[in-house]
Design a protein around this ligand. Structure first.
Ligand code: NAP
Length: 264
């Protein structure tokens, strides 16, 4: 399938690992010029070099924390004019006992998982409107629709994010600018491995990985029968970043192997 994005500029805010990086690879494969950002410099530079060498397109690394104003300024300066924007921001770690969640933890969650993406979109929407074309994809979480007691620092702020994009996407679709969100379930990424460690600590589990995985298999059955790879999301992300998605507006697409049973 020709994604029709050869020569377009794509900014992957959060693109050095996991689902952001897998999406970057699909866009590079289709001939887009990339800017990829992240906080950790070494992994970012390696990813940019590897993607560029593999697909023969320019890939510019931008060290920037999307959850801070300073980081976002660096992002906007490095890539002022993208056609395509994907946003991945890691929310605070799993919380443990909900009664111990403090106002400071909530502020951190909202600053990161809600205000960060909103501010990035608010900067680029006028740019895309002026061009008469643009695509924005947030890689958020299925806990935006499927609340989980240990993901209070991720789900509620992302529920607000998808509420925001439901409104804004309908305001800007007539300019050829579409926003859609992907809501991933369980994906075995670098970020997933880190989160599992924190989850085990938060709930006092020993023998981290094994106990955590058993817990998930017992309590959160995945009908598809496996935990996904980042490449199980990237093709859908790439399609949403392309002209092929021109009639898909303000949607929240759950990619979770059927784990979350819901009609809508
Ligand atoms: N994996 C899962 O099972 C799962 C499940 C549900 C939801 N999610 C959500 O899906 C998204 C992607 O997850 P993933 O597993 O692919 O994560 P990942 O493997 O940790 O990759 C995240 C990417 O985004 C970058 N990033 C994170 N926070 C950033 C920030 N504040 N500023 C700039 N770059 C940032 C990371 O680089 P740096 O760390 O160097 O900044 C990395 O490049 C996350 O929002 C996650 O909460 C994941």
């Amino acid at each position: 399938m020709d994604l029709q994005i050869k020569g377009k500029t794509a900014l992957l805010a959060g693109g050095s690992a996991g689902m952001g990086r897998a999406t970057a690879e699909r866009l590079a494969e289709a001939g887009a010029e990339l800017y990829i950002s992240a906080r950790r410099e070494e992994r970012l530079r390696n990813a940019a070099r590897e993607i560029s060498e593999k697909y023969g397109v320019p890939v510019t690394p931008v060290v920037a924390d999307s959850s801070t104003e300073e980081g976002r300024k660096a992002l906007f300066a490095a890539c002022p004019n993208p056609d395509i924007l994907t946003i991945t921001i890691k929310p605070p770690n799993p919380n443990g006992d909900f009664l111990k969640v403090t106002p400071e933890m909530w502020r951190d969650s909202v600053e990161t998982a809600l205000i960060g993406p909103i501010e990035i979109m608010r900067n680029y929407i006028p740019v895309m409107k002026d061009k008469g074309w643009g695509r924005i994809v947030n890689i958020a979480t299925f806990s935006a629709k499927n609340p989980m007691i240990w993901r209070l620092m991720s789900g509620p702020a992302r529920s607000a994010l998808i509420n925001y994009t439901a409104s804004v996407s309908r305001e800007i679709a007539r300019y050829g600018v579409n926003i859609n969100n992907l809501l991933p379930g369980m994906f075995r990424t670098e970020g997933f491995e880190e989160a599992m460690g924190y989850y085990a600590d938060a709930f006092g589990l020993e023998n981290k990985q094994e106990v955590v995985m058993e817990h998930f298999q017992d309590n959160n059955r995945i009908p598809a029968g496996f935990i996904a790879d980042a490449d199980d999301l990237a093709p859908m992300a790439a399609m949403l970043c392309s002209p092929l998605s021109r009639f898909i507006v303000g949607q929240n697409i759950v990619i979770d192997g059927g784990q979350h049973a819901s009609l809508f």
